[in-house]
Design a protein around this ligand. Structure first.
Ligand code: ADP
Ligand code: ASP
Ligand code: MG
Length: 815
């Protein structure tokens, strides 16, 4: 024999009821002798609660009653043959009339007792079970309706009644004899007290009903059919990547559900546990999926935890004072008091000095708890041995659960790292002595982000999602989007990284989408749906969206974004940038940014500041980290200048070479922006700083390429006129180089903490002699690379390689 329980969504519509019928029929035909427990149709318990409250407040409830009737009648019309419909309508109508009379009574008295409320909500289960049993009767004549309130006996704690096991057991056992040939449809959720008044077992209590019947009847399995594929690693409404766990132990399921996993009602586990009956959670809408088995053994698992659950609304009460020290009876008195008054304490933590106790309760209970404490501990409070209890609201509890945790060290470290990295402050921590669960209290506003971040941290074999906010959609930005799009599947498959671009802005417009902007059409969307750009608003929105593993990418060449970097780090958001401005301004700013990023545990990557996609910043960092000492750095870091000097050979004049380079797009609109060396200076400065030198930009000895007259020109045309006049100067340089068998190079150097950049002539033996095209080259002479320096060489400019460098930085965030 089996118990099959179907929840509200499974009996919510005509289609879902059809799915239920198919499952029950199959089980019946397979000889499993199922006993079926149904909830009320989805939404009906809530609606009945509202109607009851409305009646007491004299708010009309008639329309709701009509709606309730229509929902049930529709099922009858669609699923029961016309000739059988009338008696079913009549019986449903009788029940609804009874309900109406009760509501009218409540309305007349203007008072809703807990007892009346239970009676009113019990109609949900009674209507649905009667109705579905009648639908089933057409196919299985043994189908029969059973009102469980006659079988489950409880105390009079209306709304959350406790079951009297002994009497209940006797009553249900008798059923086994009288109804053994029936296919019973049993109302979930409801019972009755010793006077026969209807009670309810707590919201979600139909699961419990199933377990109570299952345990007494000694069934082989209690199947809980719902609308998801079993018990998932987290609430799927919040964590999109949550997946179904094939096996959980009773205690694991209990902990997860106690801490908010709504899919099963916590008390359900107890009767099943005592009789060692497996509970199987299955999906009515995917009946072939095996779901989750809850059993004695927790089973092997690849992951250290089984799931993450949460309670979104919690209040925390702090008690502190010297009066608690060494008073062993104190917490006993406190928690006995709360238990006596039916205040459920969700979580307790106590500092090891016993100087304070923090505990979490449902927000509705917080006031009451404080006033109880004030009465109970009046003397201690008066004597200042206890400070007035303080209450904190708007908090949530997040719990990680799993029996494997006991055997795996470092679980709390992993949890706190994931939270810390995402800027989520932990207010209190509790670890059960069973080590089955670690719970933390956090701000409610961070719950969604925390659940996702923690899920990523513990189910790491699954892909990590990076949420990107990108400013700048020029060459580099748009190339990056294309590369992300092209690499998407590869990254997901091979690196388990999913990149979502959640925000895009340029100087005109900005666009957001927490689910990820479609990168095939980002530009059209930005045009059509973008809001007017405003960088401050963009940053604010990025923070407000509060997404986990968030990265801000600055693909602009402007100073403005860099003024927000500090602020961005403080929001625990990593930064990837190809923009050099932040790193090459005042040293204090450079230091501050690193400090802030470190404090907040986020990344600051800017590989493309030097040599575009070439690994230069990273190589330097690795050398430093591994304890090597930099003796000297020599570099050519301007692709433009390289190109110009590589082509300034033979008969070409310097003037023509520069003109050509500009025509081919190798220079800035004003070639002096390249030839002036400022950009090169910035790169050298960043390298020197990364190598540990506290240098200001003014300390760089920047040797000129151009004569004064060219630099002083007031326009680009003027500049070219002056450059033409300076031909003899450059020709002399060229001739000298040729006569010495050398080439002209503009080389940056870091040595003895000094940075200089100057025109030099180098011979065949110099590693920079053979540089061609617009390549960059850098050589690191270090303690380890002394004889033969470590050289990195390659294309140091261009949208494709720069975007690829930004992309590589992005993928490394959080690695
Ligand atoms: P039923 O109406 O079948 O009793 P419930 O609404 O009570 O169903 O519970 C199922 C819902 O629980 C799912 O639709 C899901 O949104 C939610 N849920 C929350 N946490 C979890 C979890 N860890 N695993 C599965 N479902 C969960
Ligand atoms: N119908 C009840 C509720 O909504 C019981 C249940 O569905 O389990 O809480
Ligand atoms: Mg439920």
């Amino acid at each position: 024999m089996k118990v099959l329980k179907f929840g509200g969504t499974s009996v919510g519509t005509v289609e879902s009821i059809n799915a239920v019928l198919a499952i029950v029929k199959k089980s019946f035909e397979a000889g499993e002798k199922p006993l079926v427990v149904l909830s009320a149709m989805s939404g009906v318990t809530n609606l009945l609660t509202t109607m009851a409250e409305n009646a007491a407040a004299r708010v009309p409830f008639e329309n709701d009653l009509k709606f309730l009737e229509e929902r049930h009648f529709e099922v009858v019309k669609k699923l029961i043959a016309v000739k059988y419909q009338n008696p079913v309508f009549t019986k449903l109508k009788l029940m609804l009339n009874e309900l109406e009379e009760i509501l009218q009574g409540v309305s007349a008295l203007k008072e809703l007792s807990a007892q009346s409320k239970d009676l009113i909500v019990s109609f949900g289960e009674r209507l649905s079970n009667y109705m579905v049993s009648k639908v089933m009767e057409q196919y299985v004549e043994q189908a029969s309706y059973l009102d469980a309130s006659h079988y489950i006996k409880t105390d009079s704690n209306f709304g959350n009644a406790h079951v009297n096991e002994e009497i209940t057991q006797q009553l249900i056992q008798s059923l086994g004899h009288t109804h053994s040939d029936k296919l019973l449809f049993v109302t979930g959720f409801i019972g009755s007290n010793e006077k026969g008044r209807v009670t309810t077992l707590g919201r979600g209590g139909s699961d419990y009903t199933a377990a109570i019947f299952g345990a007494v009847l000694d069934v082989t399995a209690i199947e809980i059919w719902t609308d998801v594929n079993g018990m998932l690693t987290a609430d799927p409404r919040i964590v999109k990547k949550a997946f179904s766990q094939p096996v959980l132990s009773y205690t694991e399921a209990m902990e997860l559900s106690y801490f908010g996993a709504k899919v099963i009602y916590p008390p359900t586990m107890i009767p099943a546990f005592l009789k060692k009956i497996p509970i199987v959670i299955r999906n009515t809408f995917e009946p072939d999926f095996t779901g989750t088995v809850i059993q004695f053994e927790s089973g092997k698992s690849a992951y250290p935890i089984k799931g993450i659950s949460s309670i979104s609304d919690i209040s925390v009460i702090n008690l502190s004072g010297s009066g608690m020290i060494g008073k062993s009876g104190f917490s006993g008195r406190l928690f006995t008091l709360l238990a006596r008054e039916q205040i459920n304490v969700v979580l307790i933590t106590q500092s090891s000095s016993e100087h304070s106790i923090t505990f979490a309760v449902h927000p509705d209970d917080a006031k009451k708890a404080v006033s109880l404490i004030q009465t109970e501990f009046e003397l201690e409070l008066e004597a200042n041995k206890l400070l007035t209890p303080s209450v904190e609201d708007n908090l949530s509890v997040l719990a990680i659960v799993g029996e494997n945790m006991k055997r795996t060290p470092g679980m709390s470290g992993r949890l706190f790292y994931a939270l810390g990295r995402n800027g989520i402050n932990v207010r209190a921590i509790a670890q059960g002595s069973s080590e089955l669960n670690i719970s933390v209290i956090i701000g409610k506003e961070n719950l969604e982000k925390a659940l996702n971040a923690v899920h990523d941290a513990f189910f790491a074999q699954l892909k990590k999602t990076l949420n990107v906010f990108n400013v700048g959609t020029g060459n580099i930005g748009s190339t990056l989007f294309r590369q992300i799009l092209e690499q998407h599947d590869f990254l997901v498959e091979n690196n388990d990284i999913e990149i979502k671009v959640a925000g895009i802005a340029n100087s005109r417009k900005m666009l957001f989408n927490a689910d990820g902007i479609d990168l095939k059409t980002w530009d059209a969307q930005l045009d059509a749906d973008g809001e007017v750009a405003d960088l401050a608003a963009f940053i604010d929105r990025m923070k407000a969206m509060n997404l986990p593993n968030c990265v801000f990418i600055d693909n602009t060449a402007s100073k403005l974004p860099s003024t927000y970097y500090e602020d961005v780090f403080k929001a625990n958001i990593s930064i990837v940038t190809c923009n050099k401005i932040a790193n090459s301004g005042e040293y204090a700013q450079y230091a501050l940014l690193r400090d802030t990023a470190r404090k907040h545990g986020v990344d600051f990557f800017y590989e493309t500041n030097v040599g575009a996609g070439l690994p230069i910043v990273r190589v330097l960092k690795d050398l430093m980290l591994s304890g090597d000492r930099i003796v000297k750095i020599e570099a050519i870091l301007s692709g433009t200048i390289s190109y110009i000097f590589n082509n300034f050979v033979g008969d070409a004049s310097f003037y023509e070479t520069v003109k050509n380079a500009q025509a081919l797009g190798y220079t800035e609109p004003d070639p002096r922006d390249d030839l002036g060396g400022v950009d090169f200076m910035r790169k050298m400065l960043i390298l020197a700083r990364d190598a540990g030198h506290q240098l200001e930009p003014s300390a760089v000895d920047l040797g000129a390429i151009l004569p004064e007259t060219c630099l002083a020109a007031t326009s680009v045309d003027d500049f070219y006129a002056e450059l033409l006049k300076a031909d003899h100067y450059f020709n002399a340089l060229k001739e000298q180089a040729a006569s010495e068998n050398k080439v002209i190079r503009y080389i940056g150097k870091l040595e003895d903490g000094q940075v200089s950049i100057a025109l030099e002539m180098v011979g065949e033996n110099h590693p920079f002699y053979a540089l061609s095209g617009s390549d960059n080259i850098i050589s690191f002479t270090t303690e380890r690379y002394k004889e033969r320096p470590l050289v990195v060489k390659g294309p140091g400019a261009g949208a494709e390689v720069t975007a690829a460098g930004v992309f590589a930085d992005l993928v490394n965030v959080g690695a």
